[in-house]
Design a protein around this ligand. Sequence first.
Ligand code: ZN
Length: 72
Amino acid sequence: MTFPRYCADCDQSIVGEAEVAVEGFSASGARGDTYRHVAGDPACTGRPAGRSVVSRALDAKAAESVSRFRGA
Ligand SMILES: [Zn+2]
């Protein structure tokens, strides 16, 4: 199954290797994983300007969700 993946950091489509930023929680796939470019990927242009506050808030929330999901 292939589908477009978009980087959570730079909003660009990911052509090559991607890492999972936030795992989806739906077994049906209705809510898929969130991807980002792998660290150091030159294709990643970083976060668009002006979204830093929102992005940080989302990152904090996502990190909290993932750690809770994994029981860490
Ligand atoms: Zn990226």
